[in-house]
Ligand binder design. Structure first.
Ligand code: F6R
Length: 368
């Protein structure tokens, strides 16, 4: 049933191109116009939404962080992302015009379920993004966008996360279409970029050997830092979480701009620092990331850099370079996450851990 793979997790990582394609299927027409009829919240109601709050836990929360960048950019609706277990205890401001989006692979996470119950009591609309048909969270929501990752058996979420990203982008684009905040041709061009994602992700999978060598080399590392900016920041957090939960290595993700405000004190000779570099665009994001990388190198860090394939600006500052296909900044998390999943899976394998059943963890957390 593992199709020749050593772990379900590795199999599921490799299923991502198909999972992405399946999660896109039937959700847009040939002209790139989105069709999310399943949403069951009327266009009028969606036009009245004045705030979006995303609630989720763990990896799903990181998908939510990526979604915030996309939603605010494309729709101009203010969007907050909150850990589901923190949400209701702070008495959040919720109205009928608040759209609460709950992201959950299993649909059974108690923390997330309690958060949506609270939101519905306050009469907010709840939309679930979920991978499990008929599970509790979608049953208790006003609407649902199902991801089509197929069953996820490995405890660590991989294809679940990837398809949550797809659903979040589709939701953001749909809201932009309904509210007219973006022109149709711009939406169509992002849809077109999303259509290319299965091939891009496949390419990242085909180039796993660099990552596997790196995992063998870093198997004795005591600590690994991950840096990102903008949509790359949640990718850094996700990379660090995967390494903690599977390889039991201390790992932390930081927004690169935050380094100088404290965490740079952690950097010492030979500390591995994995850096997710944004595409070279018109803004200064890329250049700022490059200077962050220079800063950690100057203090002896070993830099593992994920950057666009033709990024010759950052290349000289990389001890190890992992090349990413050219994609829009907001979509880069889809390609940048893949090597980090493979890295954690391989490192845990090298260390002899049970990748599918990491210690102390359960696939769905049904207690608060
Ligand atoms: C990490 C992981 C967890 C889950 C979290 C939420 O690899 O799998 O952090 O993402 O427990 O689970 P769901 O999405 O089922 O609500």
């Amino acid at each position: 049933e593992k199709d020749g793979y050593d772990w379900f997790m590795r199999k599921e990582i490799h299923e991502q191109p198909r999972a992405i394609a399946d999660s896109m299927l039937g959700r847009h027409d040939e002209a790139g116009r989105l069709q999310l009829d399943e949403i069951r919240i009327s266009e009028d109601e969606l036009r009245d939404v004045d705030k979006i709050i995303i609630v989720a836990c763990g990896t799903a929360f990181y998908a939510g962080l990526v979604a915030k960048y996309a939603i605010e950019h494309w729709t101009r609706i203010p969007c907050e992302v909150e850990l589901a277990h923190e949400f209701r205890y702070r008495d959040p401001i919720l109205t009928r015009d608040t759209l609460v989006v709950a992201i959950s692979q299993s649909g059974e996470t108690a923390d997330t379920l309690m958060a949506i119950r609270h939101a519905r009591e306050q009469r907010s609309k709840v939309l679930a993004i979920c991978n499990t048909n008929g599970s509790t969270i979608p049953r208790e929501s006003d609407a649902v966008i199902y991801t089509h990752a197929g069953p996820e058996i490995g405890v660590a979420s991989t294809k679940g996360f990837m398809t949550q990203l797809v659903a979040c982008y589709l939701l953001a684009l749909y809201l932009a279409q309904v509210r007219g905040t973006r022109y149709g041709d711009e939406i169509a061009s992002v849809v077109h970029e999303l259509e290319k994602m299965p091939a891009h992700v496949q390419r990242m999978l085909d180039e796993a050997s660099v990552v596997n060598e790196l995992a063998a080399e870093l198997s004795e590392a005591g600590s690994v830092l991950f840096l990102g900016r903008h949509a790359g920041f949640p990718v850094a957090l996700e990379g660090a979480l995967k390494l903690k939960e599977l390889a039991y290595i201390h790992a932390e993700g930081f927004a690169a701009g935050e380094l100088k405000h404290g965490p740079i004190a952690l950097v010492e000779d030979q500390l591995p620092v994995i850096c997710v570099v944004p595409p070279r665009g018109r803004d200064f994001l890329h250049d700022k990331m490059v200077s962050g990388i220079q800063e950690v190198r100057a203090r002896g860090a070993r830099t593992i850099v994920l950057a666009e394939e033709d990024d010759d600006v950052v290349a000289p500052y990389a001890d190890v370079l992992i090349k990413l296909p050219k994609v829009p900044t907001l979509l880069q998390p889809m390609v940048a996450t893949v090597p980090l999943q493979l890295f954690a899976c391989e490192l845990a394998t090298v260390k002899g851990h049970d990748v599918d059943q990491p210690r102390n963890l359960a696939k769905s957390v049904t207690v608060e």
